[in-house]
Every structure is written in C-alpha cells, then in structure tokens.
Design a protein around this ligand. Structure first.
Ligand SMILES: [Mg+2]
Ligand SMILES: [Zn+2]
Length: 189
C-alpha cells in the first residue's frame, strides 16, 4: 500500500487570488505574489495541492455554480501551466442567509466547519496530521484545526489594493508556510 500523501490546503480568495470580492472571471484575477512558488515547493516536497473555498456568492445569487466551475477550470489550467497542478478543488456554495433557496442552509462544508477538508481527505486519501493549511481568515484556521490538519497558518499577503492594477503585496508573505512545509514530518514512521 502506498503511503497516504500530505496536502497543502489552500484557501482561494486572499491566498491564491487577490480578494476583490466575489471574483469569478479570469480578467478579475490577480494571482497573489509567491503563490506558484509556494505550490512548487510543496509539490516537490510531496504535498498534494487542494483548494478549499467558501463560495457564498453562489447562495447569494451573485454567480451560478456553473460560472464558478468555468472559472475554476480556467484557474486549474493556470496552475497546470505553472507546473503545479491542483489535486482537487472543494467548494461550499451554501450560506444560511442565501437568496437562492437550494443553497440556503447551515451546512457542514462552509468554513469554519471542516467538511470540505474531511471530504478531500477521504477522496484523495490524504494524511491530515502531516498536512499544512494556509488561509487568510480565522475561519480557515478553525476549519483546519477542527479537521485535524497538522499545521494551520493564517497569512495576510496583501499590503494594499485599490484596483487590480494597484495591488501591493507584503514581502515574502508565504515564508511561514514554506517553513511549515519543510518542518512537517513527511515520512513519519
Ligand atoms: Mg480567503
Ligand atoms: Zn456548504
């Protein structure tokens, strides 16, 4: 039996792409500085790349699930072209106060609940204790901790932004994540 792999769980908005609010088009996308390098380091070290993202914009009727999938198809292609293919994309379309009835509920997947991470763990056969999660909100960290992810890091990558042409990133914002990738027990036992 092959060993289960660790994952680098990535929040999307604020970690992969700059969060201008309900981003769903390629032309709205500014990738966070250093994200592809971080993913390359993770892949090289044996981590699989898994996106876990709350998408309440679907429940709020701002964009459809189909539009989300189309956008994520484009994003997955961008990752593949950078040599860092994503192993999985998990999303929560729900919100307790959504305007679209079928998505209006209290669910087990919306972070801070751990549902997306637990589902990915089963479907991708991941080892949570040696995995790392990076997000920009306390709810990301809470979800990771509730699931049992070994290391969960909260990162604020953007220094300032006014519009897509004027984003200033913090220097080396992912440094703590890169350290965690190196420190995590990759071949324990
Ligand atoms: Mg976020
Ligand atoms: Zn959900």
């Amino acid at each position: 039996m092959p060993e289960r792999s660790p994952a680098l769980f990535l929040d999307r908005d604020g970690i992969i792409n700059v969060n201008f609010g309900y981003v769903v088009h390629a032309e709205q996308t500014v990738f966070v500085e250093g994200i592809f390098g971080l993913c390359e380091q993770a892949l090289t070290a044996g981590y699989r790349l898994v996106v876990v993202t709350n998408q309440a914009g679907i429940a709020r009727g701002y964009y459809s699930e189909a539009a989300f999938h189309a956008y994520m198809g484009w994003m997955q292609q961008e990752f593949a072209e950078h040599g860092v293919p994503l192993a999985g994309v998990y999303f929560c379309p729900h919100h307790p106060e959504g305007t679209v009835e079928r998505y209006r509920k209290v669910c087990e997947c919306r972070k801070p609940a751990p549902g997306m991470i637990l589902r990915a763990t089963v479907e991708l056969d991941l080892d949570l204790a040696s995995s790392v999660l990076v997000g920009d909100k306390a709810s990301d960290i809470a979800a990771g901790e509730a699931a049992g992810v070994g290391r969960c890091l909260q990162v604020e990558a953007v220094q300032s932004m006014s519009d897509p042409q004027h984003v200033v990133f913090k220097a080396d914002a992912f440094a703590p994540v890169r350290e965690a990738l190196l420190a995590s027990p990759m071949r324990a036992g």
